[in-house]
Design a protein around this ligand. Structure first.
Ligand code: SF4
Length: 370
């Protein structure tokens, strides 16, 4: 196989075919692959459980944050059978701080299904994987390629960026997704029994994360730089094109940090819906255009409570569909004050054992002055 000659600054890209690009990419991956906790040494097939666990954790979360969580989960539940036998509460507690908690509930439901319906063995096809809870088309494709060598290309944000630049895809996201998927698939290695589809996918992921970065891509180090349309035009950073985003309206509310000596008043959110099953301090509704007085009026009623003190400033948090602003009120309850119905006292010293979402960590830190 012959490769295009390397020139320092090409005026125009050299038109390569898919096989040449795929080979360049794999050769680069063999030299520069990232060492990640869920990746086996070069040449070894990945463990489907590790691939699945990491892929679920990596949805909307960066590699650096996921690393310690992945290792904690693996140490506690070394295989899908063990995770399938765990309680949802334990899984939520271990997940606390990673955000997007529906992933933790789906993770648990999926482990239960693999243990119960598949004898603790993940299905090896995209179709079989997609039938499991929490596994969408991307994750099914990633597991099928990386763990089972199936000839399929999972397209994440990193791959979208590389491919849209390489082929100068003018159509904006999300409409461009099918085209980008089609173009990304041309970067797969040979589709025979020795397919390195998983390596091709991981090569593109690594390229997007370390070289073809959103700002200032290091094109001089890129194995595909001779063949990149956007680079030849000099407008790499403008890809991928994006349609204007509609964000939800700001919601506002109040959070109530009530202490009884060294204990804090908390409750558990409903199983279904946003932050389902997680622990929180009592709060008002979260509504667009809610004024402070309306939110404050929803404070929990406890006998003998001191006056409410409004902490200066607000706690802000951005959820997927809306930003939130919470005013924090604090008050102290007398020693024997009973918790209102549906609430409980927990020692502040054991708060780390509660399934507290990030927004509540911020509220408690603000309220208790940590
Ligand atoms: S040449 Fe530059 S813009 Fe093109 S794929 Fe490589 S790093 Fe990305």
């Amino acid at each position: 196989m012959s490769f295009p000659a390397v020139a320092k600054k090409p005026a125009r890209p050299v038109a390569s075919n898919g096989a040449v690009r795929a080979a360049l990419l794999l050769a680069w991956y063999d030299r520069h692959r990232r060492v990640l906790p869920w990746r086996p040494p070069a040449g070894e097939r990945a463990d489907p459980y590790a691939v699945w666990l990491s892929e679920i954790m990596l949805q909307q979360t960066g590699v650096r944050t996921v690393g310690p969580y992945f290792l904690k989960f693996l140490a506690r539940w070394p295989d899908v059978d063990a995770l399938g036998g765990a309680s949802l509460d334990d899984v939520l507690r271990m997940w606390a701080g990673l955000g997007y908690y529906s992933r933790a509930r789906n993770l648990h439901a999926c482990a239960v299904a693999v243990k119960r319906d598949h004898g603790g063995v993940f299905p090896d096809t995209e179709e079989g994987l997609r039938a499991l809870p929490g596994i969408g088309p991307y994750t099914a494709s990633a597991i099928a390629a990386i763990a089972f060598g199936q000839s399929t290309m999972p397209v994440d944000g990193n791959i979208e960026r590389v491919v849209s630049r390489l082929f100068a895809v003018e159509e904006p996201l999300p409409q461009a997704k099918p085209l980008i998927q089609q173009l990304a698939t041309t970067l797969l290695g040979a589709g025979d029994a020795n397919s390195r589809a998983g390596d091709s996918a991981q090569a593109l992921m690594d390229l997007g994360s370390s070289i073809c970065t959103p700002k200032k891509p290091a094109c001089a180090l890129c194995p595909l730089n001779q063949d990149c349309l956007a680079r030849a035009r000099g407008d790499q950073e403008t890809f991928p094109r994006k349609a204007l985003k509609k964000t939800g309206a700001l919601r506002r509310g109040a959070a109530f940090v009530v202490t009884r000596g060294d204990e804090l008043l908390v409750r558990t959110r409903a199983e279904k819906g946003l932050l389902g099953g997680m622990t929180e301090v009592p709060t008002s509704d979260w509504r667009a255009a809610q004024d402070d007085a309306a939110a404050r009026a929803q404070a929990p009623a406890l006998k003998g409570l001191t006056r409410w003190h409004r902490k200066a400033g607000v706690v802000t948090h951005v959820f997927t569909h809306f930003p939130l602003e919470l005013v924090v009120y604090t008050a102290k309850a007398p020693a024997r004050a009973a918790a209102p119905q549906g609430m409980r006292w927990v020692p502040v010293a054991t708060l780390q054992d509660e399934a507290l979402p990030n927004v509540m960590r911020k509220v408690i830190a603000h309220g208790l002055g940590f």
